[in-house]
Design a protein around this ligand. Sequence first.
Ligand SMILES: Nc1ncnc2c1ncn2[C@@H]1O[C@H](COP(=O)(O)O)[C@@H](OP(=O)(O)O)[C@H]1O
Ligand SMILES: [Mg+2]
Length: 303
Amino acid sequence: MGSGRATVWSEAEAPKYGLQCPKKALETSQILEAINRCNSTGGPTGTHWVLDPVDGTLGFVRGDQYAVALALIEDGKVVLGVLGCPNYPMKKELSNYNHQHGQTIPKTPPSSDIWKKGCVIYARRGSGRAWMQPLIQGDTQFEWPNSATLVQASPVDDPSLATFCEPVEKTNSNHLFTAGLANSMGLKNQPMRVHSMVKYAAIARGNAEVFIKFARSGYKEKIWDHAAGVVIVEEAGGVVTDAGVCPLDFSRGLYLEGLDRGIIACSGPILHDKIIGACLHQTMSGQAYSEKDVDGAADTTNK
Ligand SMILES: Nc1ncnc2c1ncn2[C@@H]1O[C@H](COP(=O)(O)O)[C@@H](OP(=O)(O)O)[C@H]1O
Ligand SMILES: [Mg+2]
């Protein structure tokens, strides 16, 4: 299951990850057959891997943030999430440096020796822990924990100190509505606009406190754009719901069916309560939340 693109993983890399290399190299037809087996449509029962091989395509083509996202869903619940973030630095201060300079990655790193580019962040449901480690470089053998470190969502619960992140593209989320929310909550920092599920990674490792995505009405969120990120944020201590305070429902097929307006991911319950309150207030006071409501630009296509 995935977003329709396929990556062919190099068999030669297998031993690096403690896996057995196939005795004979796979032929193209065998690889295509394996890819064709990826035809699950999800649902409430069974076990499914959910893969987004390039999440944040625009970020990828721009040389900015993107993620390779993998999640395991068992009977409709996400039990495992892994985010490979090739342009997201291990060092927290470097991610902050990027944000302060209005870009998600610096084009010129401050110093190449401290610039360990790229990380993998992952969590298992119920473990209460989320891990981060550098991408395996060169000939390094993968031997867990291989410099993996625990990450935790930020303890900040004062909105005036919190940073919120959102999609870069205003076609993907209503920036006007989120600016209104941020304002009514007293969020003072500039929004951190980041492509892809790296936004969930930023919450889980404490670079930002709030992630809000309010897509146009008619747009249906895909499970592969959120599954890995949600479990990672939750295990790192964060809270993720829709605007109606319901958990995201991964049991209803390829889409997050029944999603109430938008997605709100926070570093903790206090900020989450505040943003839900602000959201209610904003909706009651008639502020439109979807771009369609704002400018009539209905777009019901599901890319
Ligand atoms: N009109 C739209 N509204 C909301 N999300 C959209 C959208 N069109 C595409 N997307 C989804 O938003 C994802 C990117 O998220 P973000 O905007 O947070 O970077 C895309 O993932 P892909 O890039 O994997 O296709 C895509 O699935
Ligand atoms: Mg995606």
